[in-house]
Every structure is written in C-alpha cells, then in structure tokens.
Design a protein around this ligand. Structure first.
Ligand SMILES: Cc1cc2nc3c(=O)[nH]c(=O)nc-3n(C[C@H](O)[C@H](O)[C@H](O)COP(=O)(O)O)c2cc1C
Length: 457
C-alpha cells in the first residue's frame, strides 16, 4: 500500500535544518483522534512498521515490559467493540492494538504504565506520519473478556487499545481545543489560573490510585463550590472526549426523553428568535432545530467557546445546514438584550448552574413578555434521585460537569416566582431509559425528569 510518509531523514541524524524539523513537528501537531473509520483493511507490513516505531520509545530501566497484540480480524474487532461498550470505532478501524504490560513488575510511580504510554504515542505519531488516523482508548471494557478472546495470561495487564485506520471521507477532521500555554505549565514554580484548578473535597492527601470512574471519594459535585468560571472551563474541554459526530451523547438513561422534553414546545411562528441555553454537546439542540421551521432564528448559549465549536460541527454532521448563532454566558449573565427573545429552552441545565436563581432571572429578563421558556430538571425526589445519592454521586464528576438534581417542588417554587406555568409534566418513574409522561399532581413530581412550559407574564 502506498502510504504518505513525511520524510524525516536518516534515523541517526536529526532533520537537516530547522525547516525540516518544524515541518515534521507541525505535521505531528495536526494529529487528532479519529472515531469514524472507513473499515478498510491495512497492509500487515505497515502495522509491523508502526509497532516497530513504538518499540523505540523509552521504557523504565529499559526493561520493555510491554506487550502489544494487533487485531485485524473483523469478527474479533466486532467483539472488541461489544466488550468496550461505547467505543464503536473498535469495529471499523483497520487494526486494533491492545496495549499490555507484565504484572508484578514495576518501579515506583507506575513506571511500567508510563512506558507503555510512551510506546503508544510513538505508534500514533508513526501512523500519522504514514497518513493514517488513530485513537488511543482506555475505555476497553472488561479486561477478562479481552484476555479470553486473545489468550492473554493473567500475569499481563491490559491497559488500553490503539485504533489505527483511515477516516471516513466525511468524518469530522477537527482537533480538540488545547489550553493556552500559560494555563498548563510554568517556569520554576507552580502557577495555574484559578479557573483551571478544579475543586476536590477537603482531604489530608489525594492518593490517585483510589480514584476510578465509578468511585471517587474526592469528587465535588456541587456546582456552587465550582463557580461559573471553573464549570465553564471543565465543560468546554470535556465535551471533546468524543468527536462531534451525528448521534454522539445520546445516552441510554435519557432514552426517548429528549423528544418528550422538546415536544413540550408548541408551534413557533416564523421570525421568532429561539435560544437554547447550555446544551453542552448539542443533543437537545439537534432535536429542537429539527422541530423548528426554517424561518425561525436559533442561537445557542454556552459557557465556553469550545462547546459552541463542538456543537456547530455536530450540527453539520447531523445534516443541519442552517446558521446557528453563538452566545457566550459569562458568570451566569446571558449577553442578550432584555425582552429580545421569543423562546428559551434549558434542558437539564439548572442543576448544573452554580447560581440557578441568577440563571432563571436572566432567562426571564431576555424573554419578551408573553415569551415561552421550556425547562427540565433531573428530579432528586425520584428513583433516579435515589440512585444519584447512593451511587452516581460517589463517582467522578461526569464530563458535562458537576450537578446536583433538584426536587420538583423546589423547581416549581423557583419558577412560579417569575413565570406562569402553562404545562407541567413528569417524565419516567424509572431511573433510566423509559420516557413515559405523567401528568397527575403527585406522580409528575416523582419522575426522573420534571419538565415545564412557562410563560413570561
Ligand atoms: C489515556 C487515554 C485514554 C483515552 N480513552 C479514550 C476512549 O476510551 N474513548 C475515546 O473515544 N477517546 C479516548 N481518548 C482520546 C481522547 O478523548 C483525546 O485524545 C482527547 O479528547 C484529545 O483529542 P485529540 O486526540 O483529537 O487531540 C483517550 C486518550 C488518552 C490519552
């Protein structure tokens, strides 16, 4: 196969001048994670060369205690995808390289893990220079199932998997935003801006090996403690944990609830102005826009530009070509004129807000008299709320940012101080997936989601 490779000169001599080195480095800087592969096959010799590049990485005490298993068999890649749960790209990449190391053998600071990481990144660069896309994955799923599939002995740890292949022609070729330099490194002493240091529960020490996705004793879930600037920072970078592709961030828990929330909207006349507030990855925005006529103007308001860029590309990938305006919320203030907006939608947002009352004030302010607000909230007084308190809130803060569900009663009291309630429903008595609607006085306040259509008097 004819793969593009950027020439870097003989291996023993550095590139002949700064220009060559800069060219290679700027090509390397263009690497991005691909999650939409075209399913094509790859020449085993290219895989061999890529892994060989990885073997040139440094390793702790030069022990090279790593092991890599390359999988190109279609059925095995499909099985790998099933085991991983969410990483559909495992099935469609050309080769999946499991990253392993020998257990019972490491120096301090998990040096063997650091060594495998170095090799993995060197393979990614090698693939990129050869014209291939890649993605590194820790989300591999049950390692026992992988060990069984590949015959990996129990003394070898499976740490992650690297996918390599060619992107689908229309896959988003976008790079996740990088922090500006002053935020993540400093000369001679630690310096980092306040908004980029996330809160953790007070503790004597923070042993990181006690932290997993599902259990994090130090996780701070209260947005009030984070404040607007840190919530903005976190949500903006974390949304890029996935690519802005169609269908991304549709969750099992949410099921069809998005359609029900958006369905609360009655007809919006042409010429109206609609603002979708803090939709993070744009899942609700997609559904909302599909419901609106072409003559309606739609803006999206988020806390960070990084979310807005993600949402724009995601809408493009969803086949939505109409222009969507961008609004950046700062410290809970929505920079739009008072009485300027016909409809505001705010789905599962209040519980993420460091100052929910201030946000509601802002929604009220920007709405025209007679304008509509659609609001939904995760309800604390529900089966889901119970699960949140018992298990979910014991885990690490999710990529959407910290949140605490609110009781339907509290939300009701908050909105009646500002709006007239036109419709009030509960969505699902179950903790996840189902989207049945309940309108009874008691039951609607015991559902997973509490949703309202409000009017500014
Ligand atoms: C250790 C590690 C584990 C990762 N695991 C996953 C994963 O399981 N699934 C996924 O879609 N992306 C995963 N990623 C990719 C990151 O989301 C990605 O590198 C990051 O968003 C930056 O984007 P970029 O690689 O396009 O620059 C992982 C990256 C690293 C370094």
């Amino acid at each position: 196969m004819n793969a593009t490779i950027v020439p870097i000169g003989p291996p023993t001599t550095p590139p002949s001048g700064t220009t060559d080195a800069e060219a290679v480095l700027s090509w390397i800087a263009k690497r991005y994670s691909c999650r939409e592969f075209d399913g094509s096959t790859i020449d085993p010799e290219i895989v061999d060369a890529i892994i060989e590049s990885g073997l040139q990485a440094p390793s702790s005490c030069n022990q090279q205690n790593w092991h890599f298993v390359a999988v190109s068999d279609t059925a095995m890649k499909k099985r790998a995808r099933e085991i991983s749960g969410g990483n559909h790209h495992f099935e469609f990449c050309s080769v999946l390289i499991y990253l392993c190391f020998q257990k019972g053998w490491t120096h301090d600071k998990f040096s063997v893990v650091q060594s495998v990481a170095a090799a993995c990144y060197q393979m990614m660069i090698s693939a990129h220079l050869r014209g291939y896309a890649s993605i590194w994955n820790a989300g591999i799923g049950d390692t026992k199932a992988i060990a069984k599939m590949l015959g990996i002995p129990p003394t070898f740890e499976i740490q992650g998997a690297l996918c390599i292949g060619l992107p689908k022609p229309n896959a988003p070729a976008v790079k996740a935003p990088r922090r500006p330099r002053g935020e993540v490194w400093s000369w001679n002493k630690f310096q980092r801006p306040h908004y980029a240091i996330y809160p953790a529960k007070p503790a004597q020490e923070y042993p990181f090996f006690r932290i997993t996705n599902s259990k994090n004793p130090f996780a701070e879930w209260r947005p009030r403690i984070w404040g607007w600037d840190r919530v903005a920072d976190f949500r903006g970078y974390s949304v890029w944990a996935k690519s802005p592709i169609a269908g991304v961030y549709r969750s099992r828990r949410q099921g069809d609830a998005t359609s029900v929330e958006v369905g609360l909207l009655s007809d919006v006349p042409p010429g109206s102005r609609v603002l979708d507030v803090m939709p993070w990855g744009g899942t609700h925005t997609t559904e909302l826009i599909r419901k609106l006529g072409p003559e309606v103007e739609v803006d999206v308001a988020e806390l960070a530009q990084a979310n807005l860029s993600f949402i724009q590309e995601r809408l493009r990938q969803e086949g939505i070509s109409r222009p969507v305006g961008e609004v950046t919320i700062k410290d809970g203030h929505i920079p739009l004129a008072s009485d300027s907006t016909d409809v505001v939608t705010m789905f599962q947002v209040l519980e993420h807000a460091p100052e929910p009352e201030k946000l509601l004030d802002e929604v009220h302010r920007i709405l025209k008299p007679g304008g509509t607000a659609l609001i939904s909230v995760r309800n604390l007084l529900s089966l889901y709320g119970w699960r949140y308190l018992r298990t979910e809130s014991k885990a690490s803060v999710p990529n959407q940012g910290p949140f605490v569900p609110m009781t339907a009663g509290k939300v009701h009291a908050m909105v009646t101080r500002r709006f007239r309630i036109e419709r009030e429903i509960g969505i699902s008595l179950r903790a996840e997936a189902d989207a049945a609607v309940y309108e009874g006085r008691l039951t609607r306040r015991m559902c997973r989601l509490f949703a309202l259509r409000l009017v500014k008097p």
